[in-house]
Design a protein around this ligand. Structure first.
Ligand code: PMP
Length: 287
């Protein structure tokens, strides 16, 4: 079934949606994005995604073509028009089409940003079979650029990382820099030791996950101990539990790291509890 998508102020069938070949998102990966999940037809943590989008745009000196209120309205209309009960809304804003290819940014005020949104239906997103089984990860070097805190559309290396994982018979890859895990290809990474949750501190080295912020808040509210510091793959292989978080996976248990099985190869209690807490709390607050 054809989707209704949004491009630069217009709602139209996906087959009719186009962006210029000169768009800097296409030519230079000069764009940012957000992915917001939908449960029960409602947006999960829209405010968090909107705030991070603003920050990404600001860091790249890029204008937003819409206000946060307009953005919420566009999200809601796409969810309604495409009858999304469980799924995702993808949003991308680029520096637009200056009419030619040039490394230098267009002069301020001369080029309208491009904005595109579309939905992805994902029935069973919350009740995911993978969450019951857990996933397997491998470690790979992190060779991405130094501003991973900006959510840009430069996703070639994360995409290669997923393919490396697939080839190795795993589900995802954790990236390692200077001996320490940075994050997963499209998620933040955590280990659990006893009842302590350990995850890398915020900085330019990782994306500031919206799900990460919520999970750490819920964990602290539930009197769970949280330690924000780097950890090595060896430490992870010896951990009691591991998991990842993202807007599309929520909390996903990790049961194997570089071939080392954690626990008995099944999701641990901390990851399971955090997933439940997250889904309960975020559904209550969904818009
Ligand atoms: N790190 C990276 C590299 C990601 O791509 C993502 C998901 N886009 C995340 C972390 C998780 O962020 P969020 O919880 O906001 O989806």
């Amino acid at each position: 079934m054809s989707r209704i998508v949004y491009v630069n102020g217009t709602y139209l069938p996906e087959e009719e949606a186009t962006v210029s070949i000169f768009d800097r998102g296409f030519l230079m990966a000069d764009g940012v994005y957000e992915v917001t999940s939908v449960l029960d037809g409602k947006l999960i943590d829209f405010a968090g995604h909107a705030a991070r989008l603003d920050r990404s745009l600001r860091e790249l000196d890029m204008d937003s073509p819409v206000t946060t209120e307009e953005l919420l309205e566009i999200h809601r209309r796409l969810v309604a028009e495409n009858a999304i009960d469980e799924g995702l809304v993808y949003l991308q804003i680029t520096r637009g089409n200056p009419g030619d290819r040039d490394f230098a940014f267009p002069e301020p005020g001369t080029t309208a940003p491009t904005i595109v949104l579309f939905t992805q239906a994902k029935p069973g997103l919350a009740d995911s079979p993978a969450a019951k089984k857990g996933i397997r990860v491998i470690s790979i070097p992190d060779v991405r650029w130094g501003r991973r805190d900006i959510k840009t559309v430069q996703l070639l290396y994360p995409s290669l990382g997923k393919m490396m994982a697939k080839k190795a018979g795993a589900d995802d890859a954790w990236m390692v820099e200077d001996g320490f895990v940075t994050e997963g290809t499209s998620n933040n990474a955590y280990i659990v030791k006893g009842s302590r949750i350990i995850t890398r501190q915020l900085g330019n080295e990782i994306l500031h996950g919206i799900t990460r912020a919520a999970i750490l808040r819920f964990a602290r509210e539930a009197q769970m101990e949280v330690e924000e510091r780097p950890f090595t793959v060896d430490e992870a292989r010896e951990a009691d539990e591991a998991f990842i978080t993202s807007a599309s996976a929520f909390v996903m248990p990790v049961v194997e790291i570089d071939g080392q099985v954690l626990r008995d190869g099944t999701p641990g209690p901390v990851a399971r509890r955090l997933r439940e807490l997250y889904l309960d709390e975020m559904l209550k607050a969904a818009v």
